[in-house]
Design a protein around this ligand. Structure first.
Ligand code: ADP
Ligand code: ADP
Length: 226
């Protein structure tokens, strides 16, 4: 059974009558690393939003472990506990240090003492290679370090599935490789399931499988050589 699945997903934005998704079928299995690749405006963000329950499709259904997303209790809680998110522009809280940012989602997770939260956040920062920057504010970090903090934060509640929306969109090529290496490591050594949206063929090539997206539809699917 796929971890996440959608069938005939359609999304029409009422304003402007844009049909952003025009019948999309996707199956993502536990432990997979999948890239969704397409040009700007092809509907990648819309797909990611509907797959993760942040937006409601006009028709079609998203199933998580074979059950509609809407039957997993509160969607907010479902997202906080089962999913992790990494964005192009990081979305770190500017007044919190790196380690405090990583702890933010833990308030929705299983009860932990503040010492446990702190230790766990520190371990997560170590896992992405910036334990030594734990007490810095985001503005004191390089963009690559900020994305590492965001990745550590996405792991706060041990999600089954991580969505990354253009995670290297604001990074130079060297930093892009570093961040992609972290994703590859999480995938290979910890079996994290990853869905990454990108407009870049080079970035998509790091995934196991690429879904090519065009005008709201999957036009091609390929297995990548790694
Ligand atoms: P991508 O992520 O591939 O750039 P999007 O999913 O953001 O594509 O957009 C797909 C299409 O839907 C575009 O034509 C975009 O302008 C339109 N669109 C996206 N979000 C909205 C919205 N909230 N309201 C109206 N149109 C939207
Ligand atoms: P990105 O591709 O970097 O994720 P976008 O520029 O596609 O971001 O969209 C940013 C936000 O604006 C999204 O929440 C999207 O739904 C919204 N949006 C995109 N296009 C439109 C549009 N034509 N009308 C209204 N909202 C839009």
């Amino acid at each position: 059974q796929p971890l996440l699945q959608c069938k005939g997903l359609r999304k029409v934005y009422p304003n402007g009558n844009v049909e952003a998704l025009r019948g999309v079928d996707v199956e993502i299995f536990q432990g997979e690393y999948v890239a969704i690749m397409g040009t700007s405006g092809s509907g990648k963000s819309t797909l990611l939003c509907t797959l993760s329950g942040m937006d409601v499709p006009t028709s079609g259904e998203v199933l998580y472990r074979g059950k509609p997303l809407t039957q997993h209790g509160s969607l907010d809680r479902f997202r906080a506990l089962e999913l992790g998110f990494v964005f192009q522009s990081f979305y770190l809280l500017p007044t919190l240090t790196a380690i405090e940012n990583v702890q933010v989602p833990m308030f929705e997770g299983p009860p932990r003492s503040s010492a446990e939260k702190h230790q766990r956040a520190h371990d997560l920062l170590e896992r992405v290679g910036i334990g030594h920057r734990a007490n810095h504010l985001p503005m004191r970090l390089s963009v690559g370090e900020r994305q590492r903090v965001a990745i550590a934060r996405s792991l706060a509640n041990e999600p089954k599935l991580i969505f990354a929306d253009e995670p290297t969109g604001n990074l130079d090529s060297r930093t892009t490789e570093e961040i992609l290496a972290i994703f590859a490591n999480l995938h290979e050594t910890e079996g994290v399931t990853l869905v990454m949206v990108t407009h870049s063929a080079d970035v998509a090539a790091h995934a196991e499988r690429t879904l090519h997206f065009q005008d709201g539809q999957i036009v091609k699917e390929e297995t990548n050589r790694t």
